[in-house]
Design a binder for this molecule. Structure first.
Ligand code: HEC
Length: 251
């Protein structure tokens, strides 16, 4: 009996750990894989700003081109900077050992990062860099403490002098309907080229793209799911009629 209780306790224990949730509060976003324009913009940002360090070695360029409806010649010309062929996996030239020496840890592959971290975490993390002179690269991150990654979008977002406000609920002005806390930074050390709202929207697109990468068949799966349910519903009618026919003479 004691063993049984102990066993039960141990099976319940891990769910408690999950229920505790993340330690930092996050901004939330809804990924939308049907929004092709957003995914295209996200892919462009990724290839320009992230693909130098982060591979996506479980995905091929031409799969993205097909899913996002980008013509292959345009993709090849504007989004592949490594000389790779359109059918190749998205790999990087950086040596892992050297990267570790530069950043403290090698940049991880990002194909499935949205499945591990979740969209809210990514969206928050990408906007949470701030100035911290005690760190080797002069920046820290409010969502990922002491991160080894530099703030690669500093020219666009700017550099916040204090930890930005991540995870505060949207504050809508009741009179004008404007969202007041679009700008999550109270004091900027460096001004960026983008307005806060513009940068948030660019990071939403990038998050959306990473989310699509982690589950590229989501839209198709959901479409098929509905067809299957319709089939089951129609099939049920015939199954029911057949069943009635068989049992008719028994009673
Ligand atoms: C100069 C190289 C470099 C560039 C460019 C870069 N990163 Fe990173 N990134 C890193 C390194 C290094 C880490 C590992 C940090 C650590 O573990 O401390 C990292 C970590 C991450 C993580 C956390 C992964 C995890 O689960 O631990 C995410 C997400 C990420 N990067 C996204 C991006 C995105 C999106 C871009 C493009 C806007 C980008 N990175 C551009 C170097 C880079």
């Amino acid at each position: 009996m004691k063993k049984l209780i102990l066993g039960l306790f141990m099976t319940v224990l891990p769910t408690l750990a999950l229920a505790a949730g993340p330690a930092v509060s996050l901004d939330s976003v809804d990924a939308d894989h049907t929004n092709k324009a957003s995914l295209q913009r996200g892919a462009a940002t990724y290839m320009n700003y992230c693909a130098g360090c982060h591979s996506m070695e479980y995905a091929r360029y031409n799969r993205i081109a097909a899913d996002l409806e980008i013509p292959e010649d345009l993709f090849l010309e504007n989004l592949i900077f490594t000389g790779a062929k359109i059918g190749e996996l998205i790999e990087i030239g950086m040596d892992k050992k050297q990267a570790e020496a530069w950043f403290g840890s090698a940049p991880p592959d990002l194909t499935l990062v949205s499945r591990v971290r979740g969209e809210d975490w990514l969206y928050s993390y990408l906007r949470a860099f701030y100035k911290d002179d005690s760190r080797p690269l002069g920046v820290n991150n409010a969502v990922f403490e002491n991160v080894g990654m530099p703030h690669v979008m500093v020219a666009e977002q700017g550099l916040c002098a204090v930890p930005p406000r991540i995870g505060t609920a949207p504050n809508v002005d009741p009179l004008s309907g404007n969202v007041r806390n679009v700008d999550i930074c109270d004091s900027w050390a460096i001004e960026g080229s983008m307005e806060p709202a513009e940068f948030n929207s660019a990071m939403y697109d990038l998050t959306n793209f990473l989310s699509y990468m982690g589950d590229p068949i989501k839209v198709e799966r959901e479409r098929l799911g509905i067809l299957v349910l319709i089939f089951v519903a129609i099939f049920f009618i015939f199954a029911y009629l057949l069943n009635r026919e068989y049992w008719k003479d028994v009673h």
